[in-house]
Ligand binder design. Structure first.
Ligand SMILES: Nc1ncnc2c1ncn2[C@@H]1O[C@H](COP(=O)(O)OP(=O)(O)OP(=O)(O)O)[C@@H](O)[C@H]1O
Ligand SMILES: [Mg+2]
Ligand SMILES: [Zn+2]
Length: 561
């Protein structure tokens, strides 16, 4: 395509409010524009990238035997009411009424609709298995739409759904998707990890996320360097640093006005890991006392999985429920109040609040002084050890680019998607759900591929394969050469961009680096005189001089490596 026919509004400056590199570069290089919070327009270059990613998605989905369908994005409320998600989901769902005052919503996802379809169409075990997918718009009123196209309120998702007779069938489709996802992200040039994740609002038992490492990521993942254990920090189990048991005798200590771990550790000249942090929370209406080691942080999400949504108790609630001022709570003697303690408190002798204002107690031991429910509720950290093999953990920020869920029968039971089995009995269909966000692949590629001059696209998803740059449009012969190269390379099957703008050489070269097409074919005046042109690899910066006479062939060879 000729630059003159393509709208690429590059900018000199970053958009004001942008933090993520992908956000800055995709706007500056003329790929996207923001319409309103979380709403983006894809300009010609941006759409080309998205379409190339979607083509990879489609190929790999077709390859695993999935069939493409298309479902509406406007849904009647009833179907969402039947699964309970109409009320479970809060403000994230866009809701509206039609002219007949019927409740409707916009598609956040399509489990409900696809299950409705299966409920109406699948009759017998002979109709199974099925895998259906679409590449379709989703709408979510995200609380914090930010980081450019990484988290938007309207976005495209590749979503597929599997329908099976039994667990073995689901296992197979889950594995097929996992394998396809590995191929998809590798083909798109993304550095990623597959991690264990929390099925959350999707329901179901097993789930994995695919995570592209990037500082712009809102997720954190824990990676074991020893056994390969990989999990979202929301799930990641870890063994905090080992501490020697101090075998203290029990002793009450006056700690006037020393409430926080820091104040008490300073006062008692002991390390924070020898303390028990006692945090009173209210889950629904039930108080729960959560206990973690003094140097550890309670992980909200891990605790939520055990007790449901909760909030911290107020100072007054602490006083009323535990009969002690906040800051002096200990795990001992609270009657029927539920205690949940982090596993690492099982061993050792600790200091805790004495359940008495201005006092702490030394020498507390689990089993003797308190008997909690045990769980891993601390936040895993880089200095922790892997629970599986004992090696060190690594924590990285990452962008969730895709996920796979074993749904089981959550949706099929609710929407009566059943089939008649061979023995004549009626059984709920076993389902899986699998999503990928192409915009997040696009942004992740930019997060992982850039330098101070701009974007460096992976060859597979770049908007063009090659850019031809005649630097001086007044040099008629050089321009003719550029034109003929453009035609020849296109004929060889390349997507070529010809920068035929009458701009200064500096401007053209700068824009070329900014928009990040993998190969630049540069025809300068000086080189042209010597019957030479240059091909530059955007990623490595490597420049090769080629003879003009055999240029298209030599370019083809260079690009193919
Ligand atoms: N707001 C969004 N903008 C762009 N892509 C999104 C957005 N939300 C989800 N996606 C993409 O769709 C895929 C499947 O959606 P899913 O509902 O599982 O995401 P999610 O768990 O809500 O993601 P997140 O935890 O980041 O909000 C995600 O893996 C991601 O690639
Ligand atoms: Mg979300
Ligand atoms: Zn390990």
């Amino acid at each position: 395509m000729r630059y003159s026919n393509l709208f690429i509004p590059t900018l000199r400056d970053d958009p004001a409010e942008a933090e993520a590199i992908s956000h800055k570069l995709l706007v500056r290089a003329g790929y996207v524009r923001q319409l309103a919070a979380g709403l983006y327009i894809y300009l010609p270059l941006g759409l080309r990238v998205l379409q190339r990613i979607n083509a990879v998605l489609k190929e790999e989905m077709d390859e695993l035997g999935a069939q493409e369908v298309s479902m509406p994005i406007l849904h009647p409320a009833e179907i969402w009411q039947q699964t309970g998600r109409w009320s479970e989901i809060g403000d994230e769902m866009f809701r509206l009424k039609d002219r007949g005052e019927r409740d409707m919503c916009l598609a956040m996802t399509h489990e409900e609709i696809i299950t409705w379809l299966a409920a109406h169409e699948i009759r017998s075990y002979r109709d199974l298995p099925q895998v259906w997918y679409q590449i379709q718009t989703k709408l979510r009123d995200e609380a914090r739409p930010k980081s450019g196209i990484l988290r938007t309120r309207e976005f495209i998702m590749k979503d597929s759904y599997s329908f099976d007779r039994d667990e073995a069938g689901l296992e197979k489709n889950y594995k097929l998707h996992s394998d396809a996802y590995h191929r998809i992200f590798s083909r798109c040039g993304i550095h990623f990890y597959q991690v264990e994740s929390d099925p959350g609002m999707m329901g179901g038992a097993t789930a994995h996320e695919f995570m592209a490492t990037s500082p712009a990521g809102e997720d954190k993942i824990a990676l074991c360097t020893g056994c390969g254990y990989q999990a979202n920090l929301e799930m990641a189990e870890s063994r905090p640093q080992y501490i020697e048991d101090q075998n203290w005798q029990k002793e009450e200590i006056n700690t006037p006005h020393k409430r926080t771990i820091k104040e008490v550790t300073n006062f008692m000249k002991t390390a924070p890991e020898y303390f028990i942090k006692s945090v009173l929370i209210i889950a629904d209406t039930t108080p729960v006392l959560a206990l973690v080691r003094g140097d550890q942080e309670l992980h909200e999400h891990k605790l939520t999985r055990l007790v449901g949504a909760f909030r911290p108790a107020s100072k007054d609630e602490v006083k009323n429920i535990l009969g002690v001022e906040a800051g002096f709570i200990g795990p001992m003697c609270h009657g029927d109040i539920k205690l949940i303690a982090d596993l690492c408190l099982k061993e050792g002798t600790y200091i805790a609040g004495a359940n008495k204002a201005h006092y702490h107690i030394k020498g507390i031991r689990s089993g003797e002084d308190f008997e909690p429910e045990w769980a891993d509720i601390h936040t895993a950290r880089a200095e922790d050890r892997c629970v599986k093999c004992g090696e060190g953990l690594k924590i990285e920020s990452a962008i969730e680019i895709g996920n796979i869920f074993k749904l089981g029968t959550k949706y099929s039971s609710a929407l009566e998607a059943v089939y008649l089995d061979e023995d004549g009995s009626s059984k709920p269909i076993i389902m899986g759900s699998y999503g990928i966000g192409p915009a997040r692949i696009m942004a992740s590629a930019v997060e992982q591929g850039n330098d101070k001059n701009g974007i460096i696209w992976p060859e597979s998803i770049a908007p063009f394969d090659l850019e031809v740059l005649p630097l001086n449009m007044k040099n008629i012969e050089a321009v003719q050469l550029a034109e003929s190269l453009y035609l020849e390379l296109s004929k060889l099957g390349y997507e070529v961009l010809l920068d035929n703008r009458d701009e200064r050489a500096g401007v053209k070269l700068k824009d070329a680096d900014l928009i990040g097409i993998p190969w630049q074919v540069v025809i300068g005046d000086r080189g042209f005189k010597e019957k030479k042109l240059e091909i530059k690899n955007r990623k490595t910066g490597e420049v090769k001089k080629l003879s003009i006479d055999t240029a298209s062939q030599a370019i083809d060879e260079t690009v193919r490596g």
